[in-house]
Design a protein around this ligand. Structure first.
Ligand code: FAD
Length: 548
């Protein structure tokens, strides 16, 4: 972008015309007739993250002189080249310009012929600017405090919804401070989310960010053949199979597509990916595949209730809307099990994370990280974070890793120098003023305690089925798993209220036409991790091929 500012309309037109003629194919030439309006427009450009290469400014303008304008404009664009254009040999202005705004050139009016008196100088400034220019990311920017749980939530939300964004730490990043000042917002507005069109939201809930980004949260139709609740691997696969078989399919997800798998740094046991892939990659591919088959995806949107109305199942969404469907697939996965440890709730999001997003790894370079848990997810996290942190310590309650972790992962951990495994160990306290600083570990055998400095505590302590929203409507067992298929039959009798003349189908719940995914159906024997991926392709077909 090349800025030209002059209060004389004729001069402004002429300079704009000459610049466009020569540079219009590579730069956008913009103009203003006063320093005041140019400054306001420059602020807007900054908010939209648009680059400015050159300010070519008249010196003698009423209200705000060229130098006064440049003094303010270069606070916003310190790398832009600056040239003053004047009809007078104004020595004072020249000296002030050189001293205060480090002017690159002082050009005299008229500049005819431009080939001789304008383009050479401007070429030189633009070449210089181009050589040092690094294009800015063309996406959302988030300004916030590194240890603020809300900042971390917004970043996680953007990352998991595949929204390219730049994180600016307000404590350490000059660009963050400057951008904050440009918006006129103060520290109470953090995290501040600045969008590519220059608009911004202070301290927003993720639903508002989603709305602004145009993520779809409202269904296009009132009724679908198949509604899948939850866009983890199971839900995504079911939706792909449903739509591929021609069913009009809606997928509803409360956070971000990918589910738990979206948090995985490296999935190595997914069929067809012999080198493994990150959960985020898997989710991105699955979403693209689902969309290609015409699946409509609502995210973030939560299903809060289900009821039966004649032949339809009717879902109530958290924003009050309702959607009907012929078949429902419940693939809402699990909720992470919370630890009841003093100090932990207060510091969650500020160095303490349940199933930490991968983006957090960059914050702990050279740090000292503790990981609670001994299953595969904890092992993967240890491997991933060990590439960034100085030391990773796994705190495992049991007496060996083999009981809970796949052999390949245990071997990888054993071969990684900066991972230590502390068996028979539990965390019993977390301390820190505004972020995790220390933790206390108890040895479960000797009952001895030790308090150690900790940059972060990452918790992978298992999960419970996320089926509370179905209470009273769909039959569940004492742990909250959905009861389905033959498990609903008691002494050969169909469940109470079962109104069709057939037994429940495989994975069908106590509500006719509402199916559970494998995780919820309580058909596994050894834990969900390896089994869900294996099963989901089958569930997709089971959910859709049944005539209703
Ligand atoms: C860090 C980590 C690493 C892992 N690594 C592996 C691995 O390497 N190999 C492997 O086989 N397994 C791995 N797993 C386990 C694997 O991710 C899970 O088995 C799998 O994600 C389960 O899929 P799902 O679709 O059943 O449920 P989930 O992935 O839990 O997805 C359920 C989705 O439903 C949404 N939801 C819940 N309630 C509602 C509602 N009311 N309305 C709308 N949406 C709702 C949730 O937000 C979520 O996105 C890992 C898990 C984690 C956490």
């Amino acid at each position: 972008m090349i800025w030209t500012v002059d209060d004389d309309p004729e001069v402004l037109r002429a300079v704009e015309r000459d610049l466009r003629r020569h540079y219009g194919d590579r730069y956008k030439v913009i103009s203003a007739d006063s320093g005041v309006s140019a400054l306001e427009a420059t602020r807007q450009l900054k908010l939209r993250n648009e680059p400015v290469a050159l300010f070519l400014v008249d010196q003698r303008m009423p209200r705000m002189s060229g130098v006064e304008f440049l003094e303010k404009a270069i606070e916003l664009y310190p790398d832009a080249k600056r040239a003053l254009l004047t009809a007078y040999a104004d020595t004072d202005a020249a000296i002030r310009a050189i001293n205060s705004v480090h002017i690159d050139h002082y050009l005299m009016k008229p500049w005819d012929p431009p080939e001789e008196r304008l383009y050479g100088v401007v070429d030189d400034m633009l070449d210089d600017w181009q050589a040092a220019y690094h294009p800015a990311l063309d996406g959302v920017r988030v300004i916030g405090h590194q240890w603020s749980p809300h900042s971390s939530e917004v970043r996680d939300f953007l990352g998991r919804n595949f929204v390219p964004h730049q994180w600016l730490n307000v404590e350490t990043d000059e660009a963050a401070k400057q951008l904050l000042a440009t918006t006129g917002a103060d520290a109470s507005s953090l995290p501040l989310v600045v969008f590519p069109d220059g608009s911004f939201l202070g301290n927003p809930p993720t639903s508002e960010v989603a709305r602004k980004l145009g993520l779809r949260t409202k269904a296009e139709f009132p009724f679908y053949d198949l509604v899948v609740v939850g866009a983890g691997p199971a839900g995504l696969a079911a939706a792909v199979y449903g739509a591929a078989d021609g069913l009009h399919t809606l997928l509803v997800e409360r956070e971000a597509p990918g589910g738990q798998a979206g948090r995985s740094s490296r999935i190595e046991n997914y069929l067809g990916f012999p080198m493994g892939l990150s959960g985020n990659d898997l989710a991105r591919r699955a979403v693209a595949q689902a969309r290609r088959f015409g699946v409509e995806i609502l995210t973030p949107q939560e299903v809060s209730k289900v009821r039966v109305e004649g032949p339809s199942r009717v879902l109530a969404l958290s924003d009050g809307a309702e959607i009907g469907c012929r078949a429902l697939l419940i693939a809402t996965g699990i909720a992470f099990r919370k630890l009841d440890v003093p100090g932990l709730d207060r510091l969650t999001g500020a160095g303490v994370y349940y199933y930490a997003p991968m983006s957090e790894a960059f914050s702990y370079r050279e740090g000292n990280i503790y990981i609670v848990g001994g299953a595969n997810s904890a092992g993967q996290a240890a491997m991933y974070f060990s590439k960034f942190a100085r030391q990773v310590t796994m705190l495992v309650r049991g007496k060996s890793l083999s009981d809970t972790m796949s052999q390949y992962l245990e071997n990888q951990i054993g071969a990684t120098k900066n991972i230590e495994v502390k068996l028979n160990s539990s965390v019993i306290a977390v301390e820190g003023a505004d972020r995790c600083e220390k933790i206390t570990i108890q040895n479960n055998t000797t009952r001895s305690n030790e308090t150690l400095p900790a940059s972060a505590l990452l918790i992978y302590a298992g999960a419970v089925p996320r089926t509370d929203w179905l209470a009273g409507m769909v039959e569940r067992d004492a742990q909250g798993y959905l009861i389905s298929g033959q498990h609903l039959m008691l002494e050969g009798k169909r469940p109470t209220g079962w109104a069709v003349d057939r037994d429940p189908f495989y994975l069908e719940t106590s509500v006719k036409g509402a199916f559970a995914d494998y995780t919820h159906a309580k058909l596994y024997e050894k834990g969900y991790a390896q089994h869900t991926f294996f099963s989901i392709q089958g569930i997709g077909s089971a959910g859709i091929s049944i005539p209703l």
